[in-house]
Design a protein around this ligand. Structure first.
Ligand code: COA
Length: 263
């Protein structure tokens, strides 16, 4: 198996009980640009080719963020067609992650927003540091979640909580995320990775083959997310509306967005 080590936007470390992928773009709070997604896919493909085995942990570099979303600078000027392709691409990689033949753990060390929360939700287990913050703030940018968030969030925390989080775009702390079932465990700041490695060690005591089969049975038919294609359509439709340009421009200019009022 290729060992990777340091890539441009990720590091890959082979620990005793897990492979640890760290998203390493601290200057933009580890936002997911195309390069991160491409490197993540390359690493996942190589690990998956190895068959059932070691747990996989995903975390973010630095104390502030797991992943603060898809890269807004990269999305700001996308056409609807480009947005459609981007959402399909991200959904495909996150589906691969979900189907990984071993336990996957998100060690959430800070902000997990937008695509960051979607990345965490594509993992089986989420372990959060006490300073972690979760949210789907897309509607404040004039768009909607596009990497499977509308589907996975509702499955994980129920329709009522998913509607609350997605329609307000509000951020919740680790305790609230635990209370609604978004995260499995909250640990002290700085301890998310250590606790994830302990969790991986526990799972590694079991048969890797049986763990992979159990995952397949629990997730079931990959077509269970009936709204994935609809999410792509509606995500790309947002890029045909002035609110998306205004929302993203406002973020990049560090000001409040002024959206079109209806009715
Ligand atoms: N895409 C691109 N750049 C991002 C980013 C994202 N999703 N999230 C943060 N950054 C960048 C900021 O633009 C800033 O860059 P700069 O130093 O060149 O200005 C840097 O990361 C630090 O972020 P900043 O906003 O200055 O930190 P903060 O502590 O004031 O706020 C957040 C932290 C997470 C609340 C804020 O960065 C944020 O709201 N990010 C976007 C979250 C989001 O909407 N994600 C969904 C995207 S679809």
């Amino acid at each position: 198996m290729e060992r990777f080590g340091r890539l441009q936007t990720l590091t890959v470390a082979h620990e005793d009980y897990a492979t640890v992928i760290t998203v390493a773009r601290q200057e933009s709070l580890n936002a997911l640009n195309r390069k991160v997604l491409a490197e993540l896919e390359t690493v996942l493909d190589a690990l998956i080719a190895g068959g059932p085995g070691k747990p996989l942990i995903i975390t973010g570099e630095g104390p502030r963020a797991f992943v603060a979303g898809a890269d807004i600078g990269e999305m700001a000027n996308m056409t609807p067609d480009e947005a459609e392709e981007f959402a399909r691409y991200g959904q495909g990689i996150f589906s691969k992650l979900e189907a990984f033949p071993g336990v996957t753990i998100a060690a959430v060390n800070g902000y997990a927003l937008g695509g960051g929360n979607e990345l965490a939700m594509a993992c089986d287990i989420r372990i959060a540091a006490s300073n972690a913050r979760f949210g789907q703030p897309e509607v404040g940018l004039g768009i909607i979640p596009g990497f499977g968030g509308t589907q996975r969030l509702a499955r994980i925390v129920g329709m009522a909580n998913a509607l609350d989080l997605v329609l307000t775009g509000r951020m919740i702390d680790a305790q609230e995320a635990w209370r609604i079932g978004l995260v499995h465990k909250v640990v002290d700041q700085g301890k998310a990775l250590e606790e994830s490695l302990n969790y991986a060690k526990t799972v590694m005591k079991n048969s890797p083959f049986a763990v992979a089969q159990a995952k397949k049975a629990i997730y079931g038919d990959p077509r269970r997310y009936s709204g994935m294609a609809l999410e792509v359509d509606l995500f790309s439709k947002c890029f045909d509306h002035p609110d998306q340009k205004e929302g993203m421009k406002a973020f990049l200019e560090k000001r409040q967005a002024g959206f079109q009022k209806q009715g």
